[in-house]
Design a protein around this ligand. Sequence first.
Ligand code: OAD
Length: 262
Amino acid sequence: METVLPPGAAELLGRARRVVVFTGAGISAESGVPTFRDDLTGLWARFDAEQLATPEAFFADPELVWGWYEWRRARVRRAQPNAGHLAVAAIEDLIPGTVVITQNVDDLHERAGSRAPVHLHGSLFAPRCVTESAHPADFPTTTGEEVADDEGGRIAPPRCVRCGALVRPGVVWFGEALPGAALTAAVEAASACDVLLTIGTSGLVYPAAEIPHIAAHSGATVMQINPQPTPLDEISAVNLRGSAAQILPTLVRAAWEFAGKP
Ligand code: OAD
């Protein structure tokens, strides 16, 4: 089905000078990476993602939680960036200085050509030691390749080669603070942009969900791409209902045309 943009949407983006692209799990859904609201399968079917993504869950059962992250890491390694990720990189080409802020712990923005996405919730690919000093884990990490099938399984986390403590996923868990530098960069970019494009996020998880609100309060125009209603509807001047991989390339192509670039 052909995507029809509402009048003015491409012009808003094509005219913008400072753009923030704020993404959530929905942008990776069409690459086959499940969102947080999708039901878990296999070994994890009786859990919610929110139950597993906590320090309490990890310390209660490190093998269960590490196994879940290894399963997710393996899926991401097998996944490819989709047309939505590629369109985000094309916005960066069109409007230099565009800041990409993602809640995703995958690396699909990087693999699509985004220059330096800000990872508000950390990364699947940056495990670290659980000790307070939290030095990056310097160990021969498990690679995700041991997760051969779609069911996944329990996997014992490695031990830090420096201190022998457990290695943990380098992601932000519920109840944990966001990485300070990433949060500062995100707040600064949102405060100073003229357009913020929010894509594929439920807008439910704070403090990350404050980012579009900060942009709106600072006078930016918020544009949203999501097939479902979200709490961000009310601050979005433009609501594009549908999938990122379908709508975003059309929007970005039209913005390039508006800006007079082939
Ligand atoms: P969610 O799983 O909460 O929401 C995914 C959103 O993507 C929903 O609003 C869907 O409607 C939308 N969506 C689904 N398919 C889409 C598609 N093809 N194109 C565009 N949108 C689509 O994911 P997040 O909002 O990213 O935090 O979740 C935020 C945070 O909550 C996550 O980073 C994670 C989570 O629990 C932590 O782990 C700390």
